[in-house]
Design a binder for this molecule. Structure first.
Ligand code: SAM
Length: 341
């Protein structure tokens, strides 16, 4: 009888499914708290009582229990006996040393972007980001004033990359080129992966001053042919290279801003040069795809947009560039290769 009751509950009606969807922010915030508290790492040696976890993390025991129970219902932990929890396969992906752990992405998104999303209606009515309304400055200007948040942002970008840097470096043929600029290169992992595979190439990591300083502090970990240049890609990018690559940069900006960045690359690249845009292309159809969530994040947080292939082609044409081909990679990221039109 108890079992039948449980099975009935597990089969959600449309209205119950909608309630679960509508309360999704509670799950994401619970997950954020669990990652902030490093609960996964604390369970790696085996199951533990919530009293024990609460004492170690200076939390209220019953309150932590209720959040752990919520996350157990989502499959992140498992309550093995009264108030004792263990890690599940899903939760193990939150471990700080798990390959491409999503923990910093979950922590970052559930801070400022989460607060900006409370004003989503404003974005939907105006087409404009709400971040500036809520925080007083555009996203990247705000990050420049908040080094801890900026560092978490860069860690989150590493988490979001999930092997994409290696996949892009593998998929593109740089044999005919001699110098590459990674525009908005951030932590520099993509440039490193490319230069490691192509010792004949020299590379410039180009980003805002704070981003470049953070990367330069770790200069020893970069291939020797790397140099670091700080600047603003809306003003200019380093001149005279034959490849300008930008990964997950164009999606941060609206069409007018994106065209400005692309034009700045076009104007200073060598005549035979290439612009490479590495982005996840919005696929047609109704399938669940994380890129559709990231697109909503762009709308609210930066005013950017995730694009379809034809939208990218139009953007490139507006910048005086021609889409030559779209290179698939082993990950959910493609490289759009463009030349001077
Ligand atoms: C979404 S991140 C992508 C970083 C990196 N390419 C990656 O794939 O992880 C966007 C990058 O653009 C940089 N950026 C933003 N505004 C910029 C500007 N005006 N000039 C140069 N870089 C900028 C940010 O600092 C950040 O590193």
């Amino acid at each position: 009888m108890r079992r039948r009751l449980f099975e009935r509950k597990a089969m959600y009606s449309p209205s119950q499914q909608l309630i679960h969807l509508g309360l999704g922010f509670m799950v994401s915030q619970a997950l954020r708290v669990a990652t902030d508290l490093n609960v996964a790492d604390r369970l790696v040696a085996g199951e533990r009582s919530v009293d024990d976890l609460a004492e170690e993390t200076h939390c209220h025991c019953d309150a932590l229990y209720r959040i752990m129970r919520l996350l157990a219902a989502e499959g992140v932990f498992s309550e093995t006996s009264a108030r004792r929890f263990q890690l599940t396969e899903l939760g193990a992906a939150l471990l700080s040393d798990a390959p491409s752990s999503p923990r910093d992405l979950i922590r970052m998104m559930n801070r400022e972007p989460y607060l900006a999303f409370a004003q989503l209606t404003h974005s939907v009515q105006t087409g404009l980001p709400t971040f500036e309304t809520v925080f007083g400055k555009p996203r990247f200007d705000w990050l420049a004033d908040h080094p801890d948040a900026a560092s978490l942002f860069q860690q989150a970008m590493i988490a979001l990359s999930q092997g994409a840097n290696e996949a892009v470096a593998e998929a593109c043929d740089f044999g005919a080129f001699s110098q590459i600029v990674d525009v908005g290169g951030g932590h520099g992992q993509l440039l490193s992966e490319i230069l490691k595979r192509h010792p004949h190439l020299s590379g410039i990591l180009f980003d805002l001053p704070a981003g470049v300083e953070a990367a330069r502090a770790d200069a020893a970990s970069f291939p020797p042919q790397t140099s670091f240049v700080a600047g603003n890609f809306f003003d200019a990018v380093p001149a005279g290279a034959d490849v300008y690559i930008m990964k997950k940069v164009i999606h941060d900006w609206n069409d007018e801003q994106a065209v400005r960045i692309l034009r700045n690359c076009r104007e200073v690249m060598k005549p035979h040069g290439r612009v490479l845009i590495a982005e996840t292309i919005i696929p047609p159809g109704n399938e669940r795809n994380t890129i559709k969530l990231i697109d909503a994040n762009m709308l609210v947080v930066t005013g950017g947009v995730e694009r379809t292939e034809s939208e990218f082609a139009a953007l490139l044409a507006a910048a005086g560039l021609r889409l030559e081909r779209v290179i698939s990679t082993a990950r959910a990221i493609s490289v759009l290769e463009a030349s001077r039109a």
